[in-house]
Design a protein around this ligand. Structure first.
Ligand SMILES: Nc1ncnc2c1ncn2[C@@H]1O[C@H](COP(=O)(O)OP(=O)(O)O)[C@@H](O)[C@H]1O
Ligand SMILES: [Mg+2]
Length: 917
């Protein structure tokens, strides 16, 4: 491991061996040593090395300035929260309270310990994990207890725990420890020569004696020496080194003018390192005021870039150590004022600026929380709101803030904090809105069955508050957001009507993204067209957007009008960002959009992997609603690739979930997958029926947006089963609603459907050509190839064989690339039929025309071709099985076939699969 540390070969070898071992069988190690001995430097080396070797590294450290209970656990546990379904409810709750993600009684450290250990062990299943803890001596006692507990139990798990501490006291759960001794004379000389090559030999000698092999002293003393050599010579030589070093730092500070010391305290408490922040916080000009500190080598000032840095963290903690709580409070107040653009920092200073209830501070903290939430920092927002609640003098304000924290945390944790009925959240209070929103959010996520009740409750709460202004605005939006999501799942007019009424009443108070989502997911066929320019503009500015709500609501609005490709980069960022940056719900939603988009774009492997990831991320709770959408994507992919068993199994699960919860959307999604599978295997009757069940032919039912996804199934199915009226009516409706103007995909599909439904060959050919030449329509390769296949078939039947072959050939190539097996087989059959001399059992024949099958016969033939037995056909058509067989007996000769097996090919006009020509 690296060469830049002098005289530490032994330690580096020791760490290397530890990393190697702990990556295989787990283990813990404690480094101890006086300040400045190089503990932090060695931890850094080890962390870098482990990361290079592919370990997942989590780093945390104790802090001399603040020690909130359990705070050191956040950097370790937060990134693992998305895997928290491995935790028991009790462990989960304890952990969430400890991390400030949920409200509740202070958890027992033992329970939190178990939770953290479980998360770490689980994480190590997919690769070695290293936890690095610096300044263990400053850890809050609870975090320390948790980490010691973990240290005792990581063996056998591929989790390594490496900590550093000034004192061996407390140890690390009995783990072996190594004390960092001073550098030997050679190492010390080398370090000094490297960093201060120009020192006079006498001074060098003096320094080596003074520093006694402490690297920090070797690096720091020359700086002090250069300005006050004499002062240094005055130091008593008998002090132990750590005290001496700290004494040096503190002494250097107390020698400075009071004004400089005050500025240094501001600088020590501020963590931005930005001179402009200090200028705003301080009464006097800072650069002049800080000059003595700079001359003393305590800080470095970079005027040009407005940066200020302490030369060593020790100085910073020495400055803080010299202050009192009472002197820090006004400093925090000034910094909070100065940091108006930094909600995270501002909140930290605000909460440290008072120790008693203060509505002014609480209100400002609440503002910070809003900013953080809008920038995607849910955890920060929750902490700030909880602190604001603690500082609220009035119970109503306290309750409202806790309820808002609960709402934000429901997105992160998928549950309501236990016992969540704080004062100030009763009906009619401002807190009630957020509480209703939080309840709805968790109900939707978890697939609760009593959605109707929750829907009603939401509508009532919103109505109660719509008239009142001000403080409940955020709550109103939260509740409206959840109402839209819930209604979208239900897809029932009796829920959409009150939902629309509520949204209308909110009018301009409704954020743009939510308004677009409600319209474009609610009833895209009727509402999309005039909104598309606005949607496109919103999508164009998404890359600069930080509000997590907008980042997800705009892609939601984009879904049915085929604009997910335009949102792809933004979605991808959210789906794959570091876990701590994106709350789990948002990451999963982004993954769902990604997988749907990948299906459309024909990158099916990505679609499948993403959908499976989603399903896994939903955890063991099968009922979660995201899991249903992921299953739908898996069912769709299975249908397209010819895995009938998977489609059937998934569709069955979706239907039963949807039925139990009155979620018509989910039932429609199941039908889409089934219709696609049926079309693939040539069961056009089933394809038609499934598609028509979503919305009847010739109509686009309000609030049934999935109808936009099954147009091909419906029209192709109708044509193939002799339902020409229905086919034409649907194709007309598509044009009447101007779907071609919605998107290239819908233009392709609309003209394609119009072509299929047309009885006139010339018109059909014109329409097919128009469909296939829509710019960018081939960005949806599967749909594109399906239209081509239909075109090829039509051309063959119009006796244009070479042209027909060209279309079918192109379709076949695409289907093969996609691995759309059933369609590849259909295209191959079509090609054979159009080959010179190819057999065309029904070519040119109108199946329902005179001399051919009657409407009734065709229906029976279709059912038989779809694999139904005579008994099943009889049940469906109210005939006896005998009558069915009599009909079939008459049908076979009409179609020129002798067996049931040949029915399907005869009906689709494709030659039998065995036909080699
Ligand atoms: N062996 C070494 N060789 C060179 N520089 C070192 C060595 N050990 C420590 N340092 C430097 O000395 C300073 C103090 O080290 P640090 O790791 O912060 O000490 P600690 O964490 O033990 O207080 C840092 O600037 C560090 O880079
Ligand atoms: Mg250190």
């Amino acid at each position: 491991m690296g060469e830049s540390l002098r005289g530490r070969q032994r330690e580096l070898a020791l760490l290397e061996a530890f990393l190697g071992r702990s990556a295989v069988e787990g283990g813990a190690l404690l480094l101890t040593g006086e300040p400045g001995m190089g503990k932090t430097a060695l931890l850094q080396k080890a962390a870098d090395r482990a990361e290079q070797d592919g370990s997942r590294v989590f780093r945390t450290a104790g802090s001399a300035v603040e020690s909130i209970s359990f705070s050191a656990l956040a950097p370790i546990a937060m990134p693992l929260i998305p895997d928290d379904d491995v935790l028991s409810a009790a462990h989960r709750e304890a952990l969430f309270v400890a991390l400030g993600l949920a409200d509740g009684r202070p958890p027992r450290p033992a329970t939190v310990s178990q939770a953290v250990l479980t998360l770490l062990r689980t994480a190590s299943h997919s690769g070695p994990v290293l936890v690095v803890v610096d300044d263990l001596q400053w850890l809050d006692p609870f975090s320390a207890e948790v980490l010691r507990f973990a240290a005792r139990r990581v063996s056998g798990s591929r989790v390594g725990l490496l900590a550093a501490s000034r004192t061996p006291a407390g140890g690390l759960g009995g783990a072996p420890s190594h004390n960092l001794a001073a550098l030997d004379r050679e190492g010390a000389k080398a370090l000094l020569a490297e960093r201060f090559p120009a020192l006079a030999p006498r001074v060098r000698q003096r320094l080596l004696d003074e520093a006694r092999g402490n690297p920090l002293a070797l690096l720091e003393l020359p700086i002090a020496l250069s300005s006050r050599q004499l002062a240094l010579q005055d130091l008593p030589a008998v002090l132990p080194l750590s005290d001496r070093l700290q004494g040096i730092f503190a002494a250097r500070i107390t020698l400075l003018p009071q004004a400089t010391q005050d500025l240094l305290l501001l600088a020590a408490l501020d963590s931005t390192g930005d001179l402009r922040v200090l200028s705003a916080a301080a009464a006097d000009p800072v650069v002049d005021g800080l000059a003595p500190a700079e001359r003393a080598g305590i800080i470095r000032i970079d005027d040009e870039n407005h940066r200020l840095a302490f030369r060593h963290p020790l100085t910073r903690s020495a400055v803080a150590g010299l202050s009192t709580a009472a002197s820090r409070r006004p400093a925090h107040q000034s910094l909070a004022r100065a940091l108006s653009g930094h909600p995270e920092q501002r909140a930290r200073h605000l909460s440290a600026s008072t120790d008693r209830p203060d509505e002014g501070v609480a209100a400002q903290l609440e503002q910070c929380a809003r900013h953080m939430a809008h920038r995607g920092n849910a955890a920060g927002a929750i902490t700030a709101l909880t602190q604001a609640a603690d500082l609220s003098p009035a119970p109503d304000d306290c309750g409202r803030r806790l309820a808002e924290a609960a709402y934000i945390s429901s997105d992160l944790t998928w549950q309501l904090p236990q016992g969540m009925t704080p004062p100030g959240t009763g009906p009619g209070t401002a807190g009630a809105l957020h509480l209703a929103a939080a309840t709805a959010a968790t109900a939707v996520i978890n697939g609760t069955r009593d959605m109707n009740t929750i829907h009603r409750h939401l509508v009532t709460e919103i109505d109660t508050h719509t008239g009142t202004g001000g403080s409940s605005e955020e709550g109103l939006i939260a509740a409206a957001t959840q109402l839209v999501t819930m209604t979208m799942f239900a897809e029932r007019p009796e829920l959409w009507t009150p939902c629309r009424a509520v949204l209308d009443r909110l009018g301009p108070r409704l954020p743009q993204a939510l308004r677009l989502q409600a319209a474009l997911q609610g009833d895209p066929v009727r509402e999309a067209l005039p909104l598309l320019p606005e949607l496109d503009a919103a999508i164009a500015s998404l890359h600069a957007e930080t509000d997590p709500d907008v980042l997800l609501r705009i892609p939601a609005a984009a879904t049915y009008v085929d604009r997910l490709p335009a949102c792809r980069d933004v979605i991808r960022r959210q789906a794959s960002g570091p876990p701590e940056a994106t709350a789990s719900t948002r990451r999963i939603l982004a993954q769902l959009y990604l997988s749907l988009d990948a299906f459309g774009a024909g990158t099916w492997e990505e679609a499948r992997l993403t959908a499976q990831q989603c399903l896994a991320a939903c955890g063991r709770a099968e009922g979660r609603s995201f899991a249903q959408v992921a299953k739908y994507h898996i069912a769709l992919l299975a249908a397209a690739t010819g895995d009938a068993a998977t489609t059937t199994a998934m569709a069955r699960e979706l239907k039963s979930w949807g039925t139990a919860r009155g979620a018509r959307l989910v039932r429609s999604l199941a039908r889409h997958a089934e219709a696609l599978a049926a079309a693939g295997r040539g069961d056009f009757d089933a394809a038609y029926r499934d598609a028509a069940a979503i919305s009847p032919p010739g109509t686009f039912a309000p609030h049934a947006p999935t109808a936009l996804w099954v147009c091909l199934e419906l029209v192709e199915g109708a044509v193939a089963t002799g339902r020409h009226e229905a086919a034409r009516a649907h194709a007309d409706a598509m044009l009447r609603y101007r779907l071609p103007e919605f998107s290239p995909r819908l233009a392709l599909v609309s003209y394609g459907c119009a072509a299929m439904a047309s009885g006139d060959d010339e018109e059909a050919i014109r329409l097919f050509e128009r469909a296939l030449s829509v710019p960018q329509a081939d960005c949806w390769p599967f749909d594109h190839a399906r239209v081509r296949l239909a075109y090829g078939r039509r051309l063959r039947r119009a006796s244009c064989r070479p042209e027909s072959r060209a279309q079918s050939q192109a379709a076949l190539a695409t289907f093969e690339t996609l691995d759309a097996r059933p369609w590849a087989a259909r295209a191959a059959r079509e090609l054979r039929a159009a080959a010179p001399g190819g057999r065309m059992p029904t070519a040119g024949r109108d199946l329902t025309g005179p001399g051919a099958l009657t409407r009734h016969e065709l229906e029976i033939a279709q059912l038989a071709a779809g694999g139904h037995t005579n008994k099943q056909i009889g049940e469906r058509l109210h005939l006896s099985p005998r009558t069915v067989s009599t009909h079939l007996y008459r049908i076979f000769p009409k179609l020129g076939i002798t067996s049931r097996a040949a029915l399907r090919d005869a009906l689709t006009g494709e030659p039998p699969s065995g036909d080699a020509r």
